[in-house]
Ligand binder design. Structure first.
Ligand code: UD1
Length: 365
């Protein structure tokens, strides 16, 4: 079976790593790894291939950055050529990025079956590009791998046939389990001068938070005013906006905000595990914080990962400064919070999602 796996952005590489590893255990699978080039900086892409010892992609389409239509369109043109040349039997697309949608649309139109990994996640907010991408990808797919039962229910409510939907668990959780030991050997705390459970971590990259200078300013001022030591590995998009709005200078005046370049996977896991709390608008980091029993304050109005919101493990605050400071205060005032979070059941599977995914695609031949 020629299995083409299309990746392009940072979180897709993390989700794909355990699937690639599992595919290698099956001689009957010829893996065709295609990188769209959506992410191209070393610390947004190559570092993950190195850390997770992934094979070089068969092709890198080097599409790069642009508007949504430009980026997705260019990916589609190049993917059509790649798929026509390499004739995959099945195209697998993980996640919800423009690379995911481009891969799914091109394959569906070439009548190649599509398997979507992370199917059925819904934020019910169509202003998020990822929500558009995941809905259209699901509806172009013939095999839908839902990470949780809730995601499978979302698909059922949209009329998907139950035999097309599988619930193998979340390969992102597989990935975390496979890398947590290596992550524990990374000395990111020492490198950044931090003490375990005496700091917070912050990541921000969603267009609705960072592209609008008022929203970005509101969030940054709220975080700065908490007076917590906060590590802030800034996404390239965020850094550009911080620079353009003068907020970078403001951050630098506040020594308790430790601005850093984007971190590798191992460093980020270690940073999250030992932090008091995480502030983020990322989908993946909400789940990683949940798995590592670190309380999460999500800088969004809605989340597709409602599984993480029980017992205040993940508090949704949008960009509202009052809600940000109340959530932080509640976390700081809850004794033994990490011990409490450890007791919450994990609905994202048992760490063997990738084996089930590969076994299902082999059965689908
Ligand atoms: C993309 C995904 C998002 C995912 C995120 C993870 C879509 C619609 N969004 O958002 O779901 O959570 O990746 O990071 O697919 N840039 C660089 N270097 C890079 C990549 C990007 O400098 O290696 C800059 C470019 O200026 C670019 C901007 O970041 O314009 C945004 O990059 P893009 O890949 O288009 O979207 P993300 O915000 O990363």
């Amino acid at each position: 079976m020629r299995l083409m796996l299309v990746v392009g952005a940072r979180p897709q590489i993390i989700k794909s790593a355990p699937i690639i590893r599992e595919a290698k255990n099956h001689d009957e699978i010829e893996l065709q790894l295609v990188h769209t080039g959506q992410h191209y900086d070393f610390e947004m892409s190559k570092i993950f291939f190195d850390e997770m010892t992934l094979p070089e992609p068969l092709v890198n389409l080097s599409v790069g950055s642009g508007t949504h239509a430009w980026q997705t369109g260019n990916m589609m043109i190049k993917l059509e050529k790649t798929m026509t040349e390499h004739r995959p039997d099945l195209v697998m697309v993980p996640g919800d990025t423009n690379s995911t949608l481009a891969g799914a649309l091109v394959a569906a139109k070439l009548h190649v079956p599509v398997a979507h990994v992370e199917a059925g996640a819904r934020s019910y907010d169509m202003r998020m590009p990822e929500e558009v991408n995941r809905r259209l990808t699901d509806h172009s797919s013939s095999l839908l791998f839902a990470p949780t039962k809730n995601c499978a229910r979302n698909l059922a409510s949209e009329g998907f046939a139950s035999k097309a939907v599988k619930v193998p668990g979340d390969p992102m959780y597989d990935s975390l389990l496979q890398h947590i030991a290596a992550a524990s050997r990374i000395d990111i705390l020492k490198k950044l001068g931090l003490k375990s459970e005496k700091y917070a971590a912050l990541t921000l990259h969603r267009p609705e938070n960072v592209d609008d200078s008022r929203t970005l300013g509101r969030i940054m001022k709220a975080i700065i005013s908490l007076k917590l030591t906060t590590v802030f590995p800034a996404h390239p998009r965020t850094r550009q906006h911080l620079e353009a709005t003068g907020l970078l200078a403001r951050i630098r005046e506040n020594a308790h905000i430790k601005l850093a370049d984007p971190l590798g996977y191992h460093e980020m896991l270690q940073l999250t595990k030992h932090s008091n709390m995480v502030f983020t608008d990322s989908g993946g980091l909400q789940k990683e914080a949940f798995w590592l029993h670190t309380p999460c304050v999500t800088l969004r109005e809605r989340t597709e990962w409602i599984e993480t919101t029980g017992s205040h493990a993940n508090i949704l605050v949008g960009s509202n400064p009052g809600k940000i400071s109340r959530a932080a205060a509640r976390i700081m005032e809850t004794p033994e919070i990490k011990t409490k979070l450890k007791k919450i059941k994990n609905p994202f599977g048992d760490g063997h999602a990738s084996q089930r995914i590969i076994s299902e695609i082999l059965k689908s031949r």
